[in-house]
Design a protein around this ligand. Structure first.
Ligand code: ATP
Ligand SMILES: CCCCCCCCCCCCC/C=C/[C@@H](O)[C@H](CO)NC(C)=O
Ligand code: CA
Length: 555
């Protein structure tokens, strides 16, 4: 809890007929019931409220007519009179109130006083404080995906978010997308980004992936960086991105705010939060494919996504249906994974600690990254395959997952990698080797229990900066010749089977699930770019365990 600091204003005002000492400093608004108040009950504890100024949404004057007052927006509010004597002036403060499970809501308190000049001084003083907070957005570019999730994006925005933006005095330019990649193309080629101080994504993870594709690409072009390069350091994006969850998984919103509630996300945007986020670039043969911030999944999660795309009419439940189907199908895939372990960092994928607001691991490793990327510019060999740092694993896998955040979501409450960090410059590479259905089910079920989902003999997890994957069917001729002697028949049959889908045997390869979108290639090169973008979020806040003794009300 912030401490009050130097007082800017202090008055006796009234709240619902009770007298309060109200004070405003640069950091806090406090209202504390006066002990002399006629409605004061000697045995009722003194009531004191405090709100960080940074979490005040807006302040509005209340105009009076016939005992009720008309608000700035024209709506009417009944102000009760005290014993026939009018309290003639009032103003209302809207502020963030924390609820259960990381949800925020917009609360309000109306102050009344007899002196009009005092009332107007309070309104102007609070407005000055809000205006001086330069991290709060004033003009947002909003993209609404009407197609994702339960196809409620437009309704969610208009009914739950737009009224809050209006209350907060935020101007918006809204685009309802008309086709897939509409937002990406608009950001790449048309949007006048200098007019805005933020972009808002109303949709799910796939829509967010589309928007960062457009924004990051545009930023590189504007900064003279080749986005197709696998070796150039990418330029960070200055515009923050807000996510109004209206998808099916919404794991990016869930992992950066702690809930997938549209009002909570809107309030984090309004107060101007900022949360850095790692981004993975995905290339195939030096050709850029896509960016990823949550999950890159081959095998199980790639097959779940491929199968579920044909069932979008089911809404979010399509993932459960396809997940069960793919579990029963139990396909495995052969290939070679090579990865560059993250050296010198703190934190591992097996930690008990979690990435939360003000994460020390993200701050430490993020600093390490920026020092390292300066060195990298001078010594590109450190990341090259020949640096000797790379590890290679060939085998048969049920799933190959790279989680750049926990990927926690309603369907996977702990997430695919519970100890992954939003902004530490790494991704957790999870290899699920071929095993029995029973053992794979044990692994899946541990995503919803307290058991460690990595503590199984057929699972290995590495925190990496880069990795590559080459499926067996794409291996080089020399590798294939080696295999040919070993499994010539299998190679011949797998080619026949691949050419004849009617054949019932397992496919030779899966597809990559990239934040909920299917990649066009299976041989990929993935690189983590630390803290490349920023969200209007603050990470998941630690829940208060006890009354905060530094609470200014305790003074
Ligand atoms: N107007 C549109 N018509 C059709 N598709 C669209 C449109 N706008 C965006 N899309 C595409 O819809 C796809 C799915 O959107 P989104 O990710 O928001 O929903 P979802 O897949 O249900 O959610 P999640 O990814 O969280 O599971 C995205 O790939 C996006 O590119
Ligand atoms: C035995 C039944 C198993 C059912 C498994 C159901 C599928 C669970 C989906 C959880 C996905 C968690 C990771 C999130 C990935 C997102 O990036 C992506 C896009 O939103 N969502 C999916 C489902 O791939
Ligand atoms: Ca990360």
């Amino acid at each position: 809890m912030e401490r009050p600091g130097r007082l800017l204003l202090q008055s006796e005002l009234r709240v619902r007929n009770a007298a309060y000492d109200v004070s405003l400093s640069r950091s806090l608004l406090i209202w504390k019931r006066r002990t002399s108040s006629p409605v004061y009950h000697p045995f009722r504890p003194s009531v004191c409220h405090s709100v960080p100024v940074s979490e005040i949404i807006s302040v509005r004057e209340e105009e009076e007519e016939n005992g009720s007052r008309q608000r700035d927006d024209g709506s009417w509010k009944k102000i009760r009179e005290r014993e026939g004597k009018d309290c003639r002036q009032a103003f209302t403060v809207l502020y963030v109130e924390r609820c259960r499970q990381h949800r925020w809501r917009c609360a309000e308190v109306t102050f009344t006083c007899s002196d009009e000049a005092v009332c107007q001084h309070w309104v102007s003083s609070i407005r000055e404080q809000l205006a001086s907070n330069t991290s709060r957005p004033k003009h947002l570019l909003v993209y609404i995906n009407p197609y994702g999730g339960k196809r409620q994006g437009k309704r969610i925005y208009e009914q739950k978010v737009a009224p809050l933006f209006t209350q907060a005095g935020i101007a918006t330019s809204v685009i309802v997308t008309e086709y897939a990649n509409h937002a990406r193309d608009h950001l790449k080629m048309e949007a006048e980004l200098k007019k805005f101080d933020g972009v808002v994504c109303v949709g799910g993870d796939g829509m967010f992936s589309e928007i960062i594709h457009g924004l990051i690409w545009r930023t590189q072009i504007d900064c003279g960086v080749d986005p197709n390069s696998t070796e150039e350091a990418l330029s960070p994006c200055s515009l923050r991105i807000g996510i109004i969850p209206a998808g099916s998984t919404d794991c990016i919103c869930f992992a950066s705010v702690g809930t997938n509630d549209p009002v909570t996300s809107a309030l984090h945007i309004i107060v101007g939060d900022s949360q850095p986020l790692d981004v993975c670039s995905v290339h195939h043969n030096n050709m850029f494919l896509r960016y990823s911030v949550s999950l890159l999944g081959y095998g199980f999660y790639g097959d779940v996504l491929s199968d579920s795309e044909r069932k979008r009419w089911m809404g979010p439940a399509r993932y459960d249906f396809s997940g069960l189907k793919m579990f029963l199908t139990h396909h495995y895939y052969e290939g070679t994974v090579s990865y560059l372990p993250a050296k010198g960092i703190i934190g591992t994928p097996r930690d008990a600690t979690r990435c939360r607001s003000g994460c020390v691991i993200c701050q430490h490793n993020g600093q390490l990254n920026s020092e390292r990327s300066e060195k990298y510019e001078m010594d590109e060999a450190s990341d090259s395959e020949s640096s000797g740092e790379w590890r290679t694993i060939r085998g048969k896998f049920l799933a190959i997952n790279a989680a750049s955040m926990s990927c926690a979501c309603p369907r996977s409450p702990k997430g695919l990698s519970p100890a992954a960090h939003l902004a530490d410059g790494t991704t957790d590479l999870i290899l699920v080797r071929k095993c029995s259905r029973f053992n794979f089910l044990r692994h899946l079920l541990r995503h919803t229990s307290k058991d460690d989902q990595f503590d199984l003999t057929f699972i290995e997890v590495h925190r990496v900066r880069r990795f590559r994957f080459m499926p067996r069917h794409c291996q080089s001729d020399s590798d294939l010749e080696l295999d040919l002697h070993e499994n010539s028949k299998r190679q011949i049959f797998s080619q026949i089977c691949k050419d004849h889908p009617a054949c019932g045997c397992a496919p030779a390869y899966s597809s990559w699930n990239c934040d909920g979108e299917i990649l066009t290639h299976t041989a990929i090169d993935v690189r983590v770019h630390g803290q490349l973008i920023k969200l209007f979020a603050r990470g998941i806040e630690e829940l208060p365990v006890f009354e905060d003794l530094s609470n200014p009300c305790a003074i």
